[in-house]
Every structure is written in C-alpha cells, then in structure tokens.
Design a protein around this ligand. Sequence first.
Ligand code: GLA
Length: 739
Amino acid sequence: MGVRFNQDANTFILETVNTEYQISVNEIGIVQHLYYGRKTFGQDMRFQNTFPDRGFSGNPYERKSDRGMSLDVLPQEFSGCGVGDYRVSSMSVKAADGSRSCDLRYVSHVIAEEKTAIPGLPSVRQNDCMAAELRIELADEITGLQVSLIYDVFEEKDIITRRAVYKNIGNETLVLEKAASMSIDFPYGEFDLVHFHGRHCMERQMERISLTHDIHTIASRRGMSSHHENPFVILSEKDATEHQGDCYGFMFVYSGNHKIEAEMDQAGSTRVVVGIHDENFSWQLTKQDEFYSPEVILSYSSQGLNALSQNYHKIIRDNVCPPKYQTIRRPVLINNWEATYFRFDTQKILDIASAASELGVEMMVLDDGWFGKRDDDNSGLGDWVVNEKKLPGGLKVIADGVNALGMKFGLWFEPEMINEDSDLYRAHPEWVLADPGRKPMMSRKQMLLDMGNPAVIDYLFDCISKVLSDANIEYVKWDFNRSMANAYSNILPAERQGETAHRFMLGTYSLLERLLKAFPDLMIEGCAGGGGRFDAGMLYYCPQIWCSDDSDAIERLKIQHGTSYGYPISSMGSHVSAVPNHQTGRVASLHTRGVVAMSGTFGYELDLTKLTEDEKDKIRQQIKDFHEYYWLIQKGSYYRLTNPQKDDYYTAWEFAAEDKSEALLNVVVTHVQANPQFPCIRLQGLEETALYQVAGTDIKLTGAALMYGGYVIKEIIGECDPIERGNYPAFQIYFKKSE
Ligand code: GLA
C-alpha cells in the first residue's frame, strides 16, 4: 500500500485500506487522472481512456493531425491555462511579456516516506498512519513556472492529502493570478454537490444540489473561511445516502478566502478545483521564489456520507488538532459572556466561579471586556492591557481566586482586530487594513490589523505573552468578529497588494504558532462571532471552536448536525445557556439543553449564581454523565440518525464505541404533539449477536434487534411531565454490551 509507480504503464497507484487513486503520465507528458474509488485489485485503469474528436476542442501542437487528444476533454490531475482546456483552470499566471498561457507537462517524480512540511501553513500531521508521499513535478517551458503536485497517503485513515507548490525556475518575474491547491477530473459518474452554507447564528446548513452543466462555486471573499460557506464539500453519487453509496470529500486546510469550483463539462465529466479565492489575489514570483498553496484533505467512501464523515472525524482528531488532546481530557467550562456581557467586576466573576466549582465545573472563562477601555463593543480592541479600574489588582486576583476553587482560568482575546477608539489605533493608524484616502468599511465599529506586517505580529505576541505570563491563564478564546474589506496593506508595494489577504492568514498562523511554542500548555479555542472560522486550518491550533453564537438547543441541533459532516464532535464548542434563550427567546428544558451541549466540548454560559437547588442538582448530574461518557462522545463513532433540516418530529444521533462495546443514543423532540407516535430509532455500529443492556433497566437486547428493529422511545407518552414535554423533551439512552 502507499504509493507505487508502474514504470511500464507510467502510472502511479496510491492506496489506502479501502481506496485507490490512479494517475498516469501520457506520451506527451500530460498528467492524467485515471481513477479514485474502491480498490481495483491491480487493474491498470487506462483501459477506460477515450480519445474522441470533439468539435471546438483543439489539440496540442505536437499531435499535428491527431484530433483525438485534447486538453479540453482529457481527465487531468491539474490544468494549465490559456492552452485549450476551457474548463475551470487550476491556475493562472501572467508572464513578464503580458502573456497568460501555461502548458504544464510532466518533468519528474519522487516517492518519499516522509511528508514534506508546508512552510507557514497548517496541514495534516504525519504520524504512524502515513504511508508515503508522491511528488510530481510539472513545468511550463516558456514561462519557467514549475508546479509540484504533492500527494500524501494516510493509509489507515482512507485519506489522501493534496497541494501544489509553485516555483519560478525561469529568469523573468511571474505573477500568479490563481493558484489552486488541487484539481481532479472524474471522467464518469453523476453527482450531487453537498455544501454547508449559513449565516451568523446559523452556520453550516447542509444543502445538496444536483451538479448540472455549469460551474458551481462555493466560496468566501471575507478574509475568513466564513459563516456563509464552509471550505468543505462532498461530491456524492446521486443515489448515495447517509449509509450507502459513493461519495468524495474535499476539505480545505485554510481559514481565509477560498474557492471550490465544481464543473460538469460537455462530455459529462466533473472537475473539482480547490484553492485560495482568485478574486483580488495575486502573488509575485521573482526568480526561484516559491508559493505554497494550502493543503486539501480528500477522502472517498463507498458506504455513504456518514462513513465519509467518520473518516474526517478521525483524521482531524488524530492528525490535525494538537496531538496532546487525543489523550488529555478538556475541562467543562463556564463562560461569563451570556451571564454578564460587559457588566462584570472581579467579585461577579469570582461569584460565578464559586457557584460553578460547587457543581463540578472545571474552568472559568472570562470573555470580552476585561481590557483597555472596553465597556461595550465600540472601543478598546488592540489595547491588550487589563482594565484595573474594573478589575483592581488585575487578572492575577481573578486567576488566583479561580485556582483556589480548584478550577482553571481562561481568557478572551480578539487579536486580529482594532477599534478606532483605542490607544493602539492612535499610535499606529498605519497598522490597519485600509485603502489610501478611503474611509474603511466598519463592522462592529472595528477594523482588521494588517497581520502581514511583522511589526503587528511582534506587538501582539509581546502584549498577549505579557498577559499570559502575569496570571495563571491556561486557555484562550481566540475571537474574530468581522469580515475583511479594504484589504490594502501599508507595507506592500502597489503590485503586491493582491498578496494582502493571504499574508494576513500567514501572519495569524505565525502568531498562533509562536504563542503555542512559548506557552506549550495553553489551550486555544477558536471563535469568529460563533462559528465563522470553523475550518481545519484553525483546528490545527485549536482542538475546539465555538460552534455558533446561537446557543438555543433546538437551533443547535441543525448547526451541530451540519458541522458533523466534516468536523468531529470533539471540536464543537457547545454550552448550556439560560432560558428564555438570548438569541431566540425559546425555552428548552435544562435536561434538553444538557443533552445537546454534551454532544460537543460541553460547558455552561449563564449566571450560575441564580440557579435553584433543583437546577443545581440537575447540572451536577449532567457533569457526572458527561465525565462518564467523555471518551465515548469524544472518540466514539458518530452516527446521524435523522436529518433535523427535514425531519421535524425529532432529531436523533448516536455515539458507538469503535469496539462496539457501548453506545449512547440521543433523541430530542423538536415538534411537540398532544398524541404523538412512538419514535422507533434504528441504531448503528453495534455487534449483531451481542446483547446490550439498556442502562437503568434489566432489559437486554441484541445488537441486531437494535439496529434492524429499532429502540422505541415509549416515554414519549404518559411518563413525560406535560411541562417537560412542552419544553422539547430529550432522551439519552446508554447501551452497554453484556459480558
Ligand atoms: C463573539 C463571540 C461571543 C463573545 C463575543 C464577545 O460574538 O462569538 O461568544 O465572545 O464575541 O464580544
């Protein structure tokens, strides 16, 4: 397994446990895509090649009278531009003479055991499950542009990663105007495109559209991966469902502007191109310069969307997130944001912490408002100095007080932002992204710092480090609360302004890298107005990301469901908040809020000093339950059992241990009825012949009965208190395999 080169056929075979990917180099050096799917057991897939003479699809010069070979219809691994392939291109380059053509041909290849690092960018970490790397060099003779296609094969995980490195090996300066990370052509198949759109407070809603003869673009130009279009898509066969059928995933390991294009061409083949968005993008390559495009994580499943999601969950948990969280438990936290917003002082925070510690909460997080002049969201960003008027004695008093309760202490930052009303802006207006002479677009009264400017990174590193060193701060919530506009950098010349947005991301990643190096025990939670930067790039630094600013349990069912297609449960920041819910006004029971928040990293975000004794008891029990199910939830196989976007009666999902020894079924009724039907839920991932005991009862049922017959929620009628019923009842049922 891994990577093989068949010299006679000039083909590369990339193999994982269940999948195979074939590439060939044809007689004129075009790198062709042959196949991606289930194993073929040694079959050379070139037998599928066809060379039709299609009108208006021209031919490479050297083929002379052979009209059968055209770049316009040939399935390729990466396209050049301007030389007769009229489908969406992988790249675009402007040469010094103004020409914009690039004909990429095979030069050489290398197969290696080690993964080559990508300077400055997050990527899938190599560990035992990586088998090999294939590097294919292509070049265009005239411009002197070299493109290296890099493939890493993660055998056990059924994952292949891809990226491209662009290098100027000519003598003249080149300007990249599009620089995708990968492209692939599926010669056969009819596909749906599954993507995850949304908005603030309603992120990652799954939408499945039919791919037609058109270019479908999933993109962000917001300088962030965005609430609006997540950089993850699935190409699924039309008949694929959650549990059967072919599907392919493409996940971009990047947090900035992205563009994923899917095009069905004249002949019915489908091209997918993934990369940094080319709008307002350019990158100058002087002699010998290189440009590293971010990585894309590919996976294929013949077992439907759920199995595909499980492949992504594993690779992100094991090889993307900081590795230590594979074995250490993350604390149950209380965050003061929805409890106090900006209205707090030292005593209030310590009171909440004290109430929390009695319930078993393990970390107190102090959110926005502790620094500079920050009593609302109009000022202070950039001034990362504690406001001693509000918090006399500084953060040390709070951190020590929280630690004395046996809890950890965490703190909110929004490093990439600045308010006009801040000391930082008064001192360094030139550090802001803004066009010369034009008033910048404002959002939440804030602007973006130029993270591509090393002086900005040094400033942020110094002041954040100082705060982290002055008190025992073990966690940072890293927020980002607006989209990018006016992307003009004061340190770049006019001809390099197209580099600003990507340099911004490189600066952000470098700051994260530097801080984690200086504070190796620090845990960072990502956030961007909730889940506006929920992507594999941020997950490389942050094992968890606040999933949404909508903390309503019923709305969260949809948000967490959509998020689960690409991202593991262990990455989803999810809290129990107050009722009526601050975003929707809805009242869901405390139990229901707990069940939903537990399918995530779990925490609380309400004023715990105001609880009744009954609520306190319930919370104590929730935290106990969460601890008991911790590894099952965080590392178990996750199954979506219903689709909350379509099924309006109830939502069900399950965690099953990989060794099938236990499972946790979760059900939330979303449409309360007077005379309801009994939900009968078919479980997944159990051992057919084993007996499973239903916790709290002496009922034992076979795995087969639970999977093919289903578990009936009888409590829906009768035993459920009418008030509870009106508050969206939830059921959490634990099954343990009997000895
Ligand atoms: C964003 C976050 C919230 C909170 C506020 C503070 O909206 O998503 O959780 O931290 O900022 O301003």
